[in-house]
Design a protein around this ligand. Structure first.
Ligand code: CAA
Ligand code: FAD
Length: 379
């Protein structure tokens, strides 16, 4: 294992940092307050290649490795986790799933535009009554010969109203349990497809979270991903990589808060000295830095496993479990280092603290990561 970053890795990291500081930082507080989707910024991220980083260049992607993706996700998430969740879903759930399991026709029709950011995608597994318990899908995709008739509701869908392409998981044959589930490509605007109102959230408020309703939507058979009954495995396998993206989002939120805490502690004076001179503050910074470094190594380990075609289910789940806790702990302490100023919006750390929480919930809660890890340990 050698985590010496290459020149290419460093260039990607620098480009993401520069973009985040120049394009995402201005307006991030207002977007959070007004729940405004970062539409212009996402468009630019597509133009710069951040939305299809790992996709083969023949489909319009950057052909980069997962380590580059982790580094870019960290930099973007330091500043705007609402933008980085769009990046994570598009890269690791939608593009990856289509590239790995889609037909050549599906790749030509959808992946080529998703990888360049011309359009963005959504991944639709969760339902009002099926979140962690993802096999109990209520949405049905009835086999009607040359099409599926899709009925049901999906909940909490990121990019819900901004996506053009939705990968929808639904039950075709209840008797077969999870082996009767399919993954279908649904296009925005298909008859019978409706989008609910935007959720009013604690964090990542700029991101676009909606429920989706399907009423007798006719989805052509050629839009099924993989063999009949492959949908649940498609979702699980895709989420294994997605969790590396969310782990690096959590890492970025933590390191963003840490950098702000270091800067502030050198500026703010109390009892005649900079607060950084008080050992209580130094110890907080030392704990933050140590935890962040450990989280970064777990993220890079999972990325390395994926890049070297080793099993990354456990390492990705470990990275997400640990980095999301580090994000919570670090952001809470960063607010503390800022005192009262940490409690108001101008100093960014209160937003990072609110944004951190979602990393312990989506793409599998922390409890679900422990199930995934312990099953691997005990098998
Ligand atoms: N790759 C391929 N197949 C896998 C797999 C993987 N990583 N993990 C499990 N499977 C297969 C199993 O082999 C099994 O198939 P067989 O019976 O044929 O062997 C099948 O899937 C069912 O697996 P389990 O028996 O383990 O299923 P379970 O009911 O016990 O549930 C679970 C397992 C891990 C808890 C799963 O339900 C889960 O991951 N839940 C969390 C759901 C989740 O992460 N949702 C995220 C939604 S997307 C999102 O959140 C995006 C966002 O916010 C931005
Ligand atoms: P539940 O499954 O009801 O869990 C409630 C609590 O019980 C949790 O603490 C959980 O860990 C615990 N629990 C449940 N089962 C067990 C168990 N077996 N052992 C121990 N503890 C357990 N989903 C998508 O498909 N696509 C998206 O794009 C997407 N984006 C999201 C964006 C946001 C902002 C949010 C809030 C959610 C998003 N989700 C998305 C849904 C997300 O993945 C689910 O919320 C998550 O998987 C948890 O499901 P749930 O909310 O139904 O909670």
């Amino acid at each position: 294992m050698n985590f010496q970053l290459t020149e290419e890795h460093l260039a990607v990291q620098a480009a993401a940092r520069e973009f985040a500081q120049a394009e995402l930082l201005p307006g991030v507080i207002e977007r959070d307050e007004h729940q405004k989707f970062p539409a212009e910024q996402i468009k630019k991220m597509g133009e710069l290649g951040f939305l299809g980083m790992m996709v083969d260049p023949k489909y319009g992607g950057g052909g980069m490795d997962t380590i580059s993706y982790v580094l870019a996700m960290e930099e973007i998430s330091k500043v705007d986790a609402s933008a980085s969740v769009v990046m994570s879903v598009n890269n690791s759930l939608v593009c990856w799933g289509l590239e790995k399991y889609g037909t050549e026709e599906q790749k030509q029709k959808y992946l080529t535009r998703l990888a360049t950011g011309e359009i963005i995608g959504a991944f639709c597994l969760s339902e009002p009554e099926a979140g962690s318990d993802a096999t109990s899908q209520r949405t049905t995709a009835e086999d009607k010969g040359d099409y599926y008739l899709l009925n049901g509701t999906k909940n909490w869908i990121t990019n819900g109203s901004t996506a053009s392409v939705y990968l929808v998981i639904a039950q075709t044959d209840v008797a077969k349990g999870h082996r009767g589930i399919n993954a279908l490509i649904v296009e925005r605007g298909m008859e019978g497809f409706a989008i609910g109102p935007k959720e009013n959230k604690l964090g990542i408020r700029g991101s676009d979270t909606h429920s989706l309703m399907f009423t007798d939507v006719k989805v052509p058979k050629e839009n099924r991903i993989g063999e009949d009954g492959f949908g649940f495995k498609f979702a699980m396998s895709t989420l294994a990589g997605g969790r590396i993206g969310i782990a690096s989002q959590a890492l970025g939120i933590a390191s963003g808060a840490y950098e702000l805490a270091v800067k502030y502690s050198k500026e703010r004076k109390a009892f005649g000295v900079e607060i950084a001179k008080h050992q209580a503050i130094q110890f907080k910074l030392a704990d933050m830095a140590t935890n962040i470094e450990a989280a970064r190594l777990l993220c890079l380990q999972a990325a390395y496993d994926k890049d070297t075609h080793a099993d990354y289910g456990k390492s990705g789940a470990m990275a997400k479990l640990f980095a999301s806790k580090v994000a919570m702990d670090t952001t809470i302490e960063a607010v503390q280092v800022h005192g009262g100023y940490g409690f108001v919006k101008e100093y960014h750390v209160e937003r990072l603290m609110r944004d951190a929480k979602i990393t312990q919930i989506y793409e599998g809660t922390s409890e679900i990561q422990k199930i995934v890890i312990s099953r691997e340990l005990l098998k």
